[in-house]
Design a protein around this ligand. Sequence first.
Ligand SMILES: [Zn+2]
Length: 263
Amino acid sequence: MFEFPKRVLAFHAHPDDTESFCSGTLALLKEKGYEIIVATMTAGGMGGINSTECQTIVTRKKEAAAAAKVLGAEYCCFDQRDGFVFDSEDLRHNAVELIRDIKPGIIMTHLPSDYHSDHRTTAAVAEIGAMLSTLPNLITKSAPLEITPLLYHTTPLSLTNPVGGLPYPTPTFYVDITSVIDKKMEMLSKHETQIDLMRVMHKMDNFFEEMKKNNVELAHMAGGKAQYAEAFWQHLGGGFQKDDLIQRELKDFIIYPKSETEK
Ligand SMILES: [Zn+2]
């Protein structure tokens, strides 16, 4: 079996997305010796209250870098405009360039059916970027990869589909993140700008506690075996490898949906 590099690229649209949706699992993979790189499509310039877009970009990049540091991860930004992420030839090319440079064994990104337009575009670019990364006819500074990285999708903020309905396709698996919830909360706490924004935009009194509640809800959906959980959908469509690498690496923390274990 091909040995995938022990490197994860968490590729999401905005600062705080990685922390919200998969940082517990990243912390567990870090403990297993994985190198983590956090990339965001934008610096989240619209995510400011009493702060201009430019000021917000500067602040949120610092917050994102500080959160990545908690995990011992690198942080980079594609500098797209928040709310205006459009799929384009340049963006795909840059995504391939990054993927070939990093050489990840695993890429995590949003669900293709996420609630946020920027998230959906980022998912599409990450998916095609992964697929193109092995193809020699696409010339970039770095050489093509030997094998397409494994692709996993993370949870949408509301745990619903774009119009608010349930259900999503059943997650491939849940990860018990109870042992690393404090690290996840520490990472989230670096995004101070989001406390006020979420209070105004989503009427969340405490953004960080709401994120924690999502992990409790996911643990409940996973059957109540964990206190806090994250959920993942492995991308098993055409062109992608079927290796269940995360599931094997984190086997002591994986909870499969009931329908799967009952088969
Ligand atoms: Zn986002």
